[in-house]
Design a protein around this ligand. Structure first.
Ligand code: DAH
Length: 360
């Protein structure tokens, strides 16, 4: 075998066994680079006699072309192999069902949903949302709301008290959202129109009571706010919230230290077949307490009862959530069981609005 054939055979063998493009490039440089073996052969053509050149020229050029073609072919084959490997490792089965994202899988807790619904309804009537802390002072939870020290009404609340602090002050977990009324009146001048949704606490636990529960308070203070307004607001609220056209309500005399007169409100319902329906039937169901704000409370909050008057109400959020969505037991609300939440929860993108619907 002559020198050219020998070089050709060894170059083609190297090219055939090159494992990647980098190795192939090394071979290319060693053959046709400036100091490459084929380049060296090409340089010898200049010093040859015409006859020699006639014989060797086609052989050397043929070698160069054969090596160039083998390099290109091997490069293409290596590229294809890389692509094949990638395609094999990245296969996707397009016939599989689409996996749901968090916005489709997540659920809004019924309590959050009901708070959003209540806020949408009262927001539409011009109410703002006011908030207060869960850890409250005795003064705001009781005294300013006209519960005198030692008054038996304090005992009715089954309060969780903290140990007295250095000043002897005994903080508590608020037993109702009514202290937010006081905070609002102390912080802003009438006219006042607020709702105060939030967590409340009492030492109580059975099918319809949990130690932590939720209330929403309403407060309207103005120069001429009266019980006619209160009745209209509550009626409109009940119609909107329970998504019914008519509602019958019954106002019964009651007692709260912070209102005078005080009332409890029942709405008409039917309980046929163990299912509660509103807007029909002959039964009554208590849903809230309300009344005209007591002059002592106005005074305690720096307002002159001869100038200002108003009304307030307080409602259990958990209770009306159970009624609206037919949930018999309150305790699972707070057990954080994802199976319960998947069943009773709401889709995060279905925001309750009066125009779009409260509970779609
Ligand atoms: N705070 C009362 C309770 O927890 C509920 C309540 C009744 C609030 C009458 C009010 C009201 O604002 O006027 O039992």
């Amino acid at each position: 075998m002559n020198e050219i054939d020998h070089l050709g055979a060894s170059l083609l063998a190297e090219i055939a066994s090159a494992q990647d493009e980098a190795a192939l490039e090394q071979i290319r440089i060693a053959a046709v680079g400036k100091a490459g073996s084929i380049s060296a052969l090409l340089k010898t053509l200049g010093a040859m006699t015409p006859d020699e050149r006639k014989e060797k020229g086609p052989l050397i050029n043929g070698l160069r072309d054969a090596v160039a073609a083998a390099l290109a072919a091997r490069k293409a084959a290596l590229g294809e192999a890389v692509l094949e490997a990638r395609l094999a490792s990245e296969t996707i089965d397009v016939s599989l069902p689409v996996r749901e994202g968090p916005e489709a899988r997540g659920r809004i807790h019924p309590i959050s949903q009901v708070i959003d619904e209540i806020t949408a309804i009262f927001g539409d009537m011009g109410f703002a949302v006011a908030e207060g802390p869960d850890v409250e002072t005795d003064d705001l939870n009781f005294t300013k709301l006209n519960f005198p020290v030692g008054h038996p009404a304090r005992e009715m609340h089954d309060t969780f008290f903290f140990h007295p602090d250095a000043d002897g002050e005994r903080k508590l977990l608020r037993t109702h959202t009514s202290p937010v009324q006081v905070r609002t009146m102390l912080a802003q001048q009438p006219p006042i129109r607020v709702i105060c949704p939030g967590r409340t606490y009492r030492m109580d636990s059975d099918q319809t009571h949990t130690p932590m529960f939720h209330q929403v308070e309403g407060l309207v203070i103005d120069k001429a706010a009266h019980m006619g307004h209160l009745k209209w607001i509550l009626e409109e609220f009940c119609k909107a919230f329970f998504e019914i056209d008519t509602v019958k309500m019954r106002f019964r005399p009651s007692f709260f230290p912070f209102t005078e007169p005080s009332m409890e409100v029942d709405i008409q319902c039917s309980r046929k077949g163990g299912e509660i329906r509103f807007g029909e039937g002959e039964d009554w169901l208590e849903i809230l307490g309300c009344g005209m704000v007591h002059p002592n409370v106005l005074r305690n909050c720096g307002l002159d009862p001869d100038v200002y008057q108003g009304f307030a109400w307080g409602m259990g959020i958990d209770r009306i959530a159970m009624l609206k969505y037919g949930m018999p037991d309150l305790r699972p609300f707070f057990e954080a069981d994802v199976r319960w939440l998947a069943h009773y929860g709401f889709r995060p993108l279905d925001l309750p609005t009066l125009t779009g619907g409260l509970s779609s």
